[in-house]
Ligand binder design. Structure first.
Ligand SMILES: NC(=O)c1ccc[n+]([C@@H]2O[C@H](COP(=O)([O-])OP(=O)(O)OC[C@H]3O[C@@H](n4cnc5c(N)ncnc54)[C@H](OP(=O)(O)O)[C@@H]3O)[C@@H](O)[C@H]2O)c1
Length: 324
């Protein structure tokens, strides 16, 4: 079968013809129709992810066919029994275990969830990892309600856009930030109350003034700009962090955090029951994950390059073989 395999020392992911996977007891073969990129895949190619192994099929997100049914794949492996955090044996599909950037994948049957009927295979593939992360950080960690005013930072990101769509579906007032005015304009068309460029001088002061401040802020950047997010918090606000794209948080005033009774909440992926609830939420609100672009397996290097440059607005999808 054709697959995108990680090879040490190669700067670009490459398409290879490899042997079909072997099915062990309790496992099934899914014919993949589509897969999607996550920033994790870029970190792996750049050698910035723990536990990288040679010869592994990349990819955490996928949707396909098993027994004639359309299914999406839960990328969690061994979350464990505590809903508050993952177990020490937790892993994410696509490193170190073989992932979804291939024509076939072998998985335990309990990793498969029926695809909501309103989703295409490409939309289904765009959902799992980003949807799970967005759902947990918003609802489990930040306990978002429909009366909250929310800021989603870096709206072009795959997780950010899903969080944006989920918060809108709940009925919350949602504001966004981005480096790109075009992306802010797109978000406004989708229902954002407003947006500001985080690359501009004093943007957070203008955003706080325009919005009146936020009850919930969701961020994956961290870095120098994080203290701006704290300054935009209303008293009692919650900030959910699920990534650290811009590195170590700096210049954070403890006074600002304790005086305003702010909660800063870390969030990673989500439990299997979070995953099921997320898929139900998407189904009941008929949410279509925003797809930025669709590439073939042959074009995978272009797909990675688009994500590395941060050009995307939503999920970058790989279209694979199987037709429904
Ligand atoms: N903890 C977890 O379970 C988990 C799960 C998924 C992802 N993550 C992490 O979360 C991050 C995003 O992942 P992704 O797959 O959504 O990536 P992605 O699609 O590549 O999105 C990255 C986005 O980050 C935004 N960004 C960059 N610098 C920023 C800054 N200084 N302030 C605000 N936003 C900034 C950009 O938004 P604009 O283009 O709008 O400027 C960019 O589009 C990555 O670091 C990833 O490793 C963690």
């Amino acid at each position: 079968m054709r697959a995108i395999v990680y090879r040490h020392g190669r700067s670009e992911p490459s398409l290879e013809e490899i042997r079909d996977p072997v099915v062990r007891e309790g496992e099934v073969v899914v014919l993949l129709q589509a897969a999607a990129l996550n920033h994790r895949d870029v970190w792996i190619m750049q050698g910035k992810y723990p536990g990288i192994q040679e010869g592994i099929i990349m990819g955490s997100d996928g949707a396909g066919l098993y027994n004639g049914s359309s299914l999406l794949i839960n990328p969690n492996q061994n979350w464990g029994t505590d809903s508050n955090h993952q177990s020490s044996g937790y892993q994410i599909l696509g490193m170190p275990a073989n992932g979804t950037f291939a024509e076939r994948i072998v998985l335990p049957e309990d990793r498969l969830v029926p695809t909501p009927g309103h989703l295409s295979a490409e939309e289904a593939a765009a959902l799992p990892l980003g949807g799970l992360t967005a759902y947990r950080v918003l609802f489990r960690r930040c306990e978002l309600t429909s009366t909250d005013k929310v800021c989603i930072s870096g709206i072009g990101g795959g997780v950010a856009l899903l969080a944006f769509q989920f918060a809108l579906a709940l009925g919350a007032e949602v504001w966004v930030t981005s480096s790109d005015p075009q992306k802010i304009a797109e978000a406004k068309k989708m229902g954002a109350a407003g947006g500001f460029r985080y690359t501009e001088q004093d943007w957070s002061k203008s955003m706080k003034k325009a919005s009146g401040g936020f009850d919930v802020i969701v961020d994956s950047a961290g870095g120098k700009g994080f203290s701006n997010l704290v300054s935009m918090c209303k008293p009692g606000a919650r900030i959910g962090i699920y990534g650290g794209t811009r590195g170590t948080i700096q210049n954070l005033s403890p006074q600002q955090i304790f005086w305003k009774q702010i909660s800063i909440l870390g969030s990673t992926m989500g439990s299997d029951s979070d995953f099921d609830e997320m898929v139900d939420f998407v189904d009941s609100h008929k949410i279509h994950p925003k797809i930025d672009s669709i590439y073939t397996l042959e074009e995978v290097a272009d797909a990675f390059s688009r994500m590395e440059k941060g050009e995307q607005f939503g999920k970058i999808v790989l279209k694979i073989g199987a037709e429904s």
